[in-house]
Write a protein that binds this ligand. Structure first.
Ligand SMILES: NC(=O)c1ccc[n+]([C@@H]2O[C@H](COP(=O)([O-])OP(=O)(O)OC[C@H]3O[C@@H](n4cnc5c(N)ncnc54)[C@H](O)[C@@H]3O)[C@@H](O)[C@H]2O)c1
Length: 250
């Protein structure tokens, strides 16, 4: 479903959680637009399958746990010795348990916040000095409509994604005097592996809230994000782009 051609020639992108789902769709679209892509993911089997299936010398991968700041920072330091990182996508995320706030297990809350929000901060902390030095960068953080609307029985997830929106707005302003764009997107639900972590009631609830009456396709997200990470996006920063099929009310 690749239609418009974006120019990412000579750009290098890192996509966290790029082995499947939204991350894989963005990886494909970036490659298709001429970029070199490095996937950071924890799932060794999914990475191997993806590398084999895509079979493109411009694609590489590394097993990285983005919740480990030292691992992230060391890898950035290694990479920038001979690579310029132009694009960074904070995409790795989990749904967490579907239950009420009063029943939400504290360990589960911390796990969701650690990956969905803190790890985004760790990656941004590691990569932004490099982009500032180059005076070039295009960053997209994948949030969720849950971060704007707040889904019941998904408090940790909704709170973590609201945090990503705030972090994006803050960093966007910090770097606005450089040629660096920091934006976020708020997709509605897509049928990816993340659905395995949710109850059927929760999935039905999400669908019932989408005026388009269908889930977003992963390629539909990749399409908007590819424009956001292109050089042509020279003005928009610190912004939240809706991909909620009409659900968002602001
Ligand atoms: N699918 C949806 O309905 C939906 C809707 C809105 C937002 N999102 C967001 O989109 C992003 C991608 O979701 P998806 O649906 O493609 O999920 P997915 O489960 O298909 O993919 C997530 C990827 O992240 C990787 N990952 C998990 N923990 C990691 C870690 N610590 N370090 C590195 N990689 C790790 C997983 O191995 C997996 O490959 C998430 O941030 C999610 O919250 C998803």
């Amino acid at each position: 479903m690749f239609m418009n051609k974006f120019d990412l020639d000579s750009r290098t992108a890192i996509v966290t959680g790029g082995a499947q789902g939204f991350g894989l769709a963005m990886t494909r679209r970036f490659l298709n637009s001429g970029a070199r892509v490095i996937i950071w993911d924890l799932d060794k089997i999914a990475i191997e399958e993806t590398i084999k299936k895509i079979n493109n010398p411009k694609l590489s991968s590394k097993i990285i746990d983005v919740t480990n700041f030292d691992q992230v920072n060391t890898e950035v330091e290694n990479l920038i010795k001979n690579t310029k990182i132009d694009i960074f996508i904070n995409n790795a995320g989990i749904a967490g348990k579907n239950t009420t706030v009063s029943d939400y297990p504290i360990d589960e809350w911390k796990k969701v916040l650690e990956l969905n929000l803190n790890a985004v901060f760790y990656c941004l902390k590691a990569i932004t000095p490099h982009m500032v030095k180059n005076n070039y960068g295009r960053i997209v953080n994948i949030a969720s409509i849950a971060g704007k609307e707040g889904n019941p029985n998904a408090s940790a997830y909704s709170a973590s994604k609201a945090g990503v929106i705030g972090l994006t707005k803050s960093l966007g302003k910090e770097l606005a005097n450089k040629n660096i764009a920091v934006n976020t997107v708020t997709p509605a639900a897509a049928k990816t592996r993340i659905f395995d972590q949710m109850t059927k009631e929760h999935i039905d609830y999400m669908l019932s809230k989408i005026p388009r009456n269908r889930f977003i396709l992963v390629d539909e997200l990749a399409s908007l994000v590819t424009w956001l990470v292109s050089e042509e996006n020279s003005y928009t920063t610190g912004a939240v782009f809706d991909l909620s099929g009409g659900r968002a009310t602001y």
